[in-house]
Write a new protein. Structure first.
Lengths: 111, 113
């Protein structure tokens, strides 16, 4: 059974720092991997999607990597801003098109 | 439409009542997904539609839960004889095809008293 783990569960850093959020998974047979952000009381926003055959994706200050062999993905946020404060969720799409979710990392960027 | 919409945004019901939650996917999206996020817990997959068909219903928590999709568009999630443990945020997502980026609606917050 696929298990997705996100470390750390919470992170607080000063504005301007670069940071890395981690996601690990137990089964490398994935269709793709998505990173989402969830703001309090709001829905989910897709940030990046990495297909199984890809190694990384970039969007603005965000870069996500995927290493299936080691069961790891990272989300790199450059030059963090207070508006980046949210919960970041990693989710894997399995062969049944089910998204298997991590518990999330709650990120706080201090002004 | 511009995005995925869900209704109602909030629903308070009494234990034992039936509730129906609605999802309008992005126009043209063939795949539609339902998830549940319980307080203090992670997201849980419920069911997925490709067109009007649901290939896998194993994620539904019990036989009190059912879902349908008509016309390859709107979907409804019905919970019969609601229980307090059904209280959660129910999220709907759609994608242009299975495996493509899923876009989420704002969710329906269900509270069962």
């Amino acid at each position: 059974k696929q298990e997705v783990t996100q470390i750390p569960a919470a992170l607080s850093v000063p504005e301007g720092e670069n940071l890395v959020l981690n996601c690990s998974f137990t089964d490398s047979a994935i269709y793709n991997l998505q990173w989402f952000r969830q703001d309090p009381g709001k829905g989910l926003t897709s940030l990046l999607l990495i297909q199984s055959s890809q190694r990384e994706q970039t969007s603005g200050r965000l870069n996500a990597s995927l290493d299936k062999s080691s069961g790891r993905s990272t989300l790199y946020i450059a030059a963090s801003q207070p508006g980046d404060s949210a919960t970041y969720l990693c989710a894997l799409l399995d062969s049944n098109y089910q998204l298997i979710w991590g518990a999330g990392t709650k990120l706080i960027i201090k002004p | 439409g511009a995005g995925v919409s869900q209704s109602p945004s909030n629903k308070v019901t009494e234990k034992g009542k039936d509730v129906e939650l609605r999802c309008d996917p992005i126009s043209g999206h063939t795949a539609l997904y339902w998830y549940r996020q319980s307080l203090g817990q992670g997201l849980e997959f419920l069911i997925y539609f490709q067109g009007n068909s649901a290939p896998d219903k194993s994620g539904l928590p019990s036989d009190r839960f059912s879902a349908e999709r008509t016309g390859g568009s709107v979907s409804t999630l019905t919970i019969q004889r609601t229980q307090q443990e059904d209280s959660a945020v129910y999220l709907c997502a759609s994608s242009s095809a299975p495996g493509e980026t899923q876009y989420f609606g704002p969710g329906t917050r269900l509270l069962v008293l």
